[in-house]
Design a protein around this ligand. Structure first.
Ligand code: HEM
Ligand code: HEM
Length: 179
């Protein structure tokens, strides 16, 4: 009551919210892989189930992001200036940039949610509107390279973080000299 605190709301990473993100990621990636591998006519029932599961996971994630615009559940908001700055520092070999959270992750998350969302949504439409099948198949094919790029980015950033850790370690020579 009568508080003069003008700080923005705190971004709380509660175990429940992190568990939600983990469950969402597991459900979406599992459903995506199954849907991608079963797009054929022979396995259509499985494709339908996996595709609608991916769509439902994305809808729940979107709803959570809209209801909780602050904290770990907020929807990705990439920032161009921060990304340019990070890329410049990382390219110049700045170990602090390698070790910190990369702004590229927000671009990647947005691309994934958009492309996989478009694939799943167009599939649901194609279920009723047959001419949509061609567009859906194209979106389904496009989503694979985006997902593979995502996995490659996550692995590359992990590598950079490890390299930053090694760099920060004192060399045996420094250890001897240090008081
Ligand atoms: C080996 C496989 C994978 C690994 C190691 C992995 C790892 C990750 C990590 C660490 C993040 C969090 C990035 C951050 O901190 O912002 C993330 C986010 C995400 N991943 Fe994956 N991922 C994998 C496969 C997949 C697959 C197959 C999909 C299918 C579409 C996927 C979709 C997503 C999405 C949509 C996000 C953004 C989550 C959000 O902001 O709500 N990932 N992934
Ligand atoms: C992330 C989710 C989805 C992905 C990645 C995906 C991917 C694909 C791919 C790659 C194909 C082409 C397969 C081929 O050419 O052999 C395809 C076909 C198709 N998908 Fe999906 N799909 C998804 C969701 C859905 C959903 C929710 C539905 C709704 C039932 C659906 C309905 C269809 C239909 C009707 C076809 C054409 C099948 C045929 O040619 O007989 N998809 N999908």
């Amino acid at each position: 009551m009568g508080s003069t605190d003008t700080r923005p709301p705190v971004a709380r990473r509660t175990p429940g919210r992190l568990l939600f993100l983990f469950a969402f990621h597991a459900a979406l990636s599992g459903a995506f892989i199954v849907a991608y591998l079963t797009g054929d006519e022979d396995t259509y029932a499985m494709h339908q189930f996996a595709g609608y599961t991916a769509l439902a996971a994305l809808a729940v994630r979107l709803l959570a992001g809209v209801l909780m615009p602050v904290g770990p559940l907020r929807l990705p908001r990439p920032a161009m200036a921060a990304t340019r700055d990070w890329l410049r520092r990382a390219a110049m070999g700045d170990a602090r940039a390698w070790g910190q959270r990369s702004p590229l992750l927000a671009w990647m998350a947005l691309a994934l949610l958009a492309v996989v969302g478009a694939a799943a949504l167009s599939g649901a439409v194609a279920d009723f509107v047959v001419p949509m099948e061609k567009l859906h198949e194209a979106l389904g094919e496009v989503s694979l390279p985006v997902v593979l790029a995502h996995v490659a980015l996550v692995a590359a950033l992990l590598g950079l973080k490890k390299a930053a850790g090694w760099r920060a370690r004192p060399t045996p020579r420094q250890e001897v000299i240090a008081p």
